[in-house]
Design a protein around this ligand. Structure first.
Ligand code: NAI
Length: 456
């Protein structure tokens, strides 16, 4: 039986990054992935969506550039070409991950792995015809889209007119009428692309607001921006059924329907905990996900879980870090996973980026909460580049200890600057010290600095 220091099950961001770090740290590492390396993020999530959204952004810029003194005629977005480019981008990156594994000395198996159990000699995992033995196992099997038992939804998925993130990036024809069930991150990003590309888009969301836990004022600005672009939102509405050509829902107790040639189901994701012998280890689950501690350990010694499968924060960047914490723990290096400063971004146009507490969550936790708000128009760069833009930056802070608790932005490209705010929170710097940091000028992120100066 071939022996390893570490077997990683799942080659997404948690798994491949951990495998690389482990190999660099001197652990003999085996990575088992049954689909393409890169996982959901690279193949049917973060990267495909950003590729599509970039084409939409270019198209929007070209069509609405007169106010900047630029006129373009006969501008066309060719969805088939956009999808073809997406495939090229994904292929490049998947090949890149394979190269990384090779350079690090990680052995990669392209097949399903099955956990057989744990004995005194280690954890046994079967892959293909072979059984492998390891001192440590990192479970990084990710998550899958939730498809609830709404009448007709699963049948629609089988028939192909209902899609999840698994299918939507490969649609060869642009949807004419797209209905999105769920106004969360996936729903909004896809509504954004298809709206720009020319589809008629309706988002049905059961809450009275979009974008989940996002600062309410910011989610309202995003809603207004998309309503202005022509996306229809049915808020506080419950989907009751899906049929070929339409989605049935309830609005204020009355029956209603929305026409659709494609229906996107984006109502959340669940951890993948079945189909690979997890039950043979006796790993504890909590709310359907693998329960882990701050070192990403499960209740079984030598067995770790990182990424979406532990259900804590279903984001690729969290997964990277969790995988690193697990590997450091295996290597005996002190490390601990902290979730207080994990940025979240919605890559719509305008973009939304936030990190840390919102006013509501900070109040719930009992902080002495202060809030300052700054218009993005305080930035010369924003005005130069965003005709008529109404973005804002909000800072939530702790009045008692003079620390930043959260930063929330809409407008400009806050995805590129939010890590700076994450550092302010993670390092618990005092606001007086933050005011001494020099920001580049002219940049949109200067609004963070301006907002800090609103705090006494
Ligand atoms: P989500 O949890 O973000 O949003 C789901 C939405 O669906 C919620 O607003 C919920 O109220 C609504 N909903 C639930 N059941 C419903 C029903 N029956 N009818 C109508 N609305 C209903 O889930 P989403 O968008 O599927 O994203 C899944 C995960 O993927 C998230 O954890 C997210 O963090 C991650 N993701 C992150 C991205 C990013 O960082 N930019 C991009 C895409 C996904």
């Amino acid at each position: 039986m071939e022996q390893y220091d570490l077997i990683v099950l799942g080659g997404g961001p948690a798994g491949y990054n951990a495998a690389e770090r482990a190999a660099h740290g001197g652990l003999k590492t085996l990575l088992i992935e049954k689909n393409a390396l890169g996982g959901v993020c690279l193949n049917e999530g973060c990267i495909p969506s950003k590729t599509l959204l970039n084409s939409a952004k270019m198209y929007d810029h070209a069509r609405h550039s007169e106010q900047y003194g630029v006129t373009a005629e006969n501008v066309v977005l060719d969805h088939v070409k956009v999808v073809a480019r997406k495939k090229k981008v994904v292929k490049t990156l998947v090949t890149g991950v394979a190269g990384k594994m090779k350079r690090a000395g990680v052995k990669v198996l392209s097949c399903g792995g099955e956990i057989l159990g744990k004995t005194e000699s280690g954890i046994e995992v079967k892959a293909g015809e072979e059984t492998y033995l390891a001192k440590n196992l990192l479970i990084a099997t990710g998550s899958t889209a939730v498809v609830p038992p709404i009448p007709g939804l699963r049948e629609g998925l089988a028939a192909g007119f209902v899609v999840t993130n698994h299918e939507i990036f490969d649609l060869n024809e642009l949807s004419k009428k797209l209905v999105v069930i769920g106004g969360g991150v996936i729903g909004l990003e896809m509504a954004s692309y298809f709206n720009s590309a020319g589809s008629e888009v309706t988002v049905i969301e059961m809450l009275d607001h979009i974008a989940g836990e996002t600062d309410r004022e910011i989610s309202k600005l995003l809603l207004e921006a998309y309503q202005k672009k022509g996306v229809a939102f049915k808020l506080g509405c419950k989907v009751t059924g899906v049929e070929q050509g339409k989605v049935l829902y309830e609005e204020n107790g009355a029956k209603a329907e929305a026409a659709a040639d494609v229906v996107l189901c984006s109502i959340g994701r669940r951890a993948v905990t079945t189909g690979y012998g997890l039950e043979n280890l006796g790993v504890y689950l909590e709310r359907g996900a693998i329960k882990t501690d701050e070192q990403m350990r499960t209740n079984i010694s030598g067995v770790y879980a990182a990424g979406d499968v532990n259900g804590v924060s279903m984001l690729a960047h969290t997964a990277y870090r969790e995988g690193e914490v697990a590997v450091n723990t295996m290597l005996g290096k002190p490390d601990r996973m902290r979730y207080c400063a994990i940025p979240g971004v919605i890559y719509t146009n305008p973009e939304v980026a936030s990190v840390g507490e919102t006013e509501a969550s900070a109040q719930k936790k009992g902080y002495d909460v202060g809030v300052v708000k700054m218009t993005m128009r305080a930035s010369g760069r924003y005005i130069a580049e965003n005709e008529g833009g109404n973005g804002i930056c909000k800072i939530v802070y702790d009045k008692r200890y003079h620390r930043v608790l959260g930063v929330h932005m809409i407008g400009g490209y806050p995805s590129e600057s939010i890590y700076g705010a994450a550092m302010m929170i993670e390092t618990e710097m005092r606001i007086a010290d933050l005011k001494e940091i020099v920001f580049p000028h002219p940049t949109v992120c200067e609004v963070i600095r301006e907002a800090l100066f609103e705090i006494d």
